[in-house]
Ligand binder design. Structure first.
Ligand SMILES: C[S@@+](CC[C@H](N)C(=O)[O-])C[C@H]1O[C@@H](n2cnc3c(N)ncnc32)[C@H](O)[C@@H]1O
Length: 197
């Protein structure tokens, strides 16, 4: 039996230890999408300590499953411990490694793909997301406005490369005619793209 009471504790640990887990308003917004979609299969890129995957697992359809990918082994361990604490090991599978090494091996189609990892790699993650989705799937990416830098004329910062790559990412999502895309200034910026065909 799942015990979601632990979520508060996991969130508190994440915030206190400056682990970049989803901000409250972004989480609420994404949960609204999931409530409506009731997905059977979710793919998450960027697990951290499992907080968002655990939150999302409450909105899965019966027999729904989440695959989530994390590069840092300590985070994988923490995520697995948290998933066990909540008691949803049957719903969430954590895959350890660089998503760019793991994604090429994935073959099934997901109803939701959530991109929340290295900002400099969003374009590559997105290519895989397109391959791993079907008509009606939703691709969501977090942190796309990167503290507001992406929409400003800001270009003199050490994070310039990430900003340039995020701008390219947003453009390629918005230019894709097979996606219905909206960009939201919620949290650190969310892009939501529905696959049309
Ligand atoms: C923003 S955090 C994820 C937060 C999590 N989704 C949540 O809201 O609870 C990003 C995570 O992505 C991981 N990461 C960064 N680059 C990655 C990559 N190439 N492949 C897999 N994980 C990656 C980081 O180690 C970090 O834990």
């Amino acid at each position: 039996m799942a015990n979601y009471e632990y979520l508060k504790e996991i969130e508190k640990y994440g915030r206190e230890n400056k682990i970049p887990i989803l901000l409250d308003d972004s989480l609420e917004f994404i949960e609204g999408i999931l409530k409506e979609a009731r997905p059977k299969r979710i793919l998450e890129i960027g697990t951290a300590i499992g907080f968002s995957a655990l939150c999302f697992s409450r909105f899965l359809a019966d027999d729904g499953r989440i695959d989530t990918i994390e590069i840092e082994s300590l985070r994988v361990e923490q995520a697995e411990a948290n998933i066990e604490k909540v008691g949803v090991q049957d719903k969430i599978r954590v895959m350890e490694g660089d998503a760019l090494d793991i994604l090429p091996y994935l073959q099934e189609k997901y109803d939701i793909v959530f991109i929340d990892a290295a900002k400099g790699k969003y374009n590559e993650f997105f290519e895989h997301a397109l391959r791993l989705t079907h008509k009606g799937s939703i691709i969501i990416a977090d942190n796309v406005l990167y503290k507001g830098y992406v929409l400003s004329d800001y270009n003199k910062h050490k994070q310039r490369t990430a900003v340039t790559k995020l701008r390219e990412f947003i453009k390629s999502v918005e230019d894709n005619k097979n996606l219905e895309t909206k960009l939201y200034e919620i949290g650190d910026g969310l892009i939501v793209a529905k696959v049309l065909n």
